[in-house]
Design a protein around this ligand. Structure first.
Ligand code: MG
Ligand code: ZN
Length: 371
């Protein structure tokens, strides 16, 4: 037998071995692998779990009987979260890294380290005639959503941030913060201005049903929507699916950012129950988005976090009793790497260890846009 035919037999053997082992459920199915194919997504949905590090995810996972929806992803990466002026980022610099590709100072909203405005992925998508949206369970003017649409040198300028919404053609935004649009120190009524720009302005996600909506501004609170533990219910999931449905009807392709806003606040409060309830709510929303994206087949879904909060640890508990004991190092953010999960066309670009700013460039090239 010559070397050639021996290697032919060997490769035939490996071929059959591969297909035999493909039946193993731990190996990504052919369907899952196909959906990670290269190719351009029509839509990109970026989901940010604020303060959602690995312990936040692990605690949610062991608190729940079933698997997390996060376990449906096969492409996973890690990002470095430091800002331009601090090893420990805040949520403004963290979201500005995702939205603009620039490392900036803590507190920066859509501006670079010299306080110069930088185009965001949402604005670039808009310029390329894609529909755009923002969904959060905090004030829509809060650091994370704000960084995708506003340009301010401080995250605390909520009224200026609200005004920046009017400078765009965003199609859908759903979140709290009505007071920054209506009860302003400059006396302007931005709700009226939104209506004059053809927005349907509503209070409460339940009021969206059965309306024909061109552009939607939906306020779910005067400032921040309540916690899960106070009865928020499935507001985030409903808001996310409402936004997707309106954006998808445009038939242009879309960019949508969805934030699990309060996982971080549980960490600041060193309240494990708060963290876990918010992380599970975010995971439920991820499940709904993935179900939709699976059917659509042309949507890239990215789930990540801006940073970890609290130095949260699992220090005890009981398996499989869904009992977890947590502790926190302190009530602030940490610099630990945070995970990235990606699904759909272009997902394979999101594995590896890289900078948070690369999320922007990876989204840009997935869409096929230039800066
Ligand atoms: Mg946030
Ligand atoms: Zn925080």
């Amino acid at each position: 037998m010559n070397t050639h035919s021996r290697s032919k037999i060997l490769s035939t053997f490996l071929f059959f071995t591969f297909f035999t082992f493909s039946a193993n459920p731990n190996i990504p199915s052919e369907k899952a692998k196909r959906q990670n194919d290269t190719g351009q997504p029509r839509n990109i949905i970026l989901m940010i779990g604020d303060g959602m590090g690995l312990t936040q995810i692990t605690s949610a996972m062991y608190s729940k009987k079933d698997k997390l929806n996060l376990e449906r992803f096969f492409t996973i990466g890690l990002i470095k979260t430091h800002s331009s002026d601090n090893l420990i980022t805040d949520s403004a610099a963290g979201a500005t890294a995702f939205s603009t590709g620039q490392k900036s100072f803590n507190g920066a909203i859509g501006v670079d380290e010299n306080k110069k405005s930088v185009s965001t992925i949402l604005e670039i998508a808009e310029k390329n005639n894609r529909a755009t949206g923002l969904v959060a369970v905090c004030s829509i003017t809060h650091a994370t959503p704000a960084s995708f649409i506003a340009h301010q040198d401080s995250r605390s300028k909520d009224e200026n941030i609200a005004l920046d919404f009017l400078a765009t053609d965003i199609d859908v935004f759903i979140g709290g913060g009505r007071k920054f649009f209506e009860n302003r120190s400059d006396g302007k009524n931005l709700v009226q201005l939104l209506e004059s720009k053809n927005y349907t302005v509503l209070n409460g996600i339940e009021n969206v049903a059965d309306r024909k909506i061109e552009k939607l501004a939906c306020f779910t609170a005067l400032e921040h929507p309540m916690k899960m533990s106070e009865g928020r219910g499935d507001l985030l999931g409903r808001s996310a699916m409402t936004a997707i449905s309106i954006l998808n009807k445009k038939n242009t392709g879309f960019f949508l950012m969805i934030e699990g806003s309060q996982i971080d606040w549980g960490g600041h409060a060193k309240d494990a129950g708060y963290v876990i309830a918010e992380a599970l709510d975010f995971d439920e929303t991820i499940g709904k988005v993935l179900d939709w994206a699976e059917k659509d087949g042309k949507t890239l879904v990215i789930v990540t976090a801006d940073h970890e909060t609290g130095g949260m640890a699992i220090t005890g508990g009981k398996f499989p009793d869904q009992k977890i004991e947590n502790s926190f190092i302190y009530g602030n953010h940490t610099a630990a790497l945070v995970p990235v999960f990606a699904y759909g066309p272009g997902a394979e670009n999101f594995s590896g260890i890289y900078q948070n700013t690369d999320i922007f460039y990876k989204m840009l090239s997935s869409f096929g846009f230039s800066k």
